[in-house]
Design a protein around this ligand. Structure first.
Ligand SMILES: [Zn+2]
Length: 138
């Protein structure tokens, strides 16, 4: 499978962008986040979308999505969380490899300077990564 962004990330274990690794999926920051902390839960193996993915993997990815949703709500100042997956280009799926979006949502007065869908900066990613890993340990 050549040229799949998510397979490439998985195959390079040294890559620092991976926040959490599980037996059948991993977690990274969305490169063009819709909100501060926007995460992607990605299957380790290449499946085109959720419909092609074994139930066992979906369940385990959803458990991780829920865990991060709770983390955003309880420890990282989110006021809501959107958990979603896109299936097919018509539904705005961009990378054709199964992934679930976990998007924290904040009340309008928070993160006013945040620019949605602009590429996340290296230092922003590093700072968020530290906050999330710290919250995970609590
Ligand atoms: Zn892939």
């Amino acid at each position: 499978m050549g040229g799949c962004t998510f397979c490439d990330i998985y195959k390079k274990p040294g890559r620092t962008e991976i926040i959490v690794r599980k037996s059948d999926h991993y977690v990274i920051f969305d490169k063009y986040p819709a909100s501060k902390g926007h995460l992607l839960i990605i299957s380790n193996k290449h499946y085109e979308n959720m419909l092609e993915t074994p139930n066992k993997t979906i369940i385990s990815m959803m458990i991780t999505s829920k865990m991060f949703g709770k983390l955003f709500m309880d420890r990282l100042d989110a006021d809501g969380v959107k958990i979603t997956t896109n299936i097919g280009a018509a539904a705005n799926q961009v990378i054709m490899h199964t992934h679930i979006h976990v998007i924290p949502r904040y009340l309008p007065h928070k993160h006013k300077d945040f620019r949605p869908h602009e590429e996340i900066l290296h230092n922003e990613r590093a700072e968020l990564r530290v906050r999330i890993l710290r919250a995970l340990k609590k």
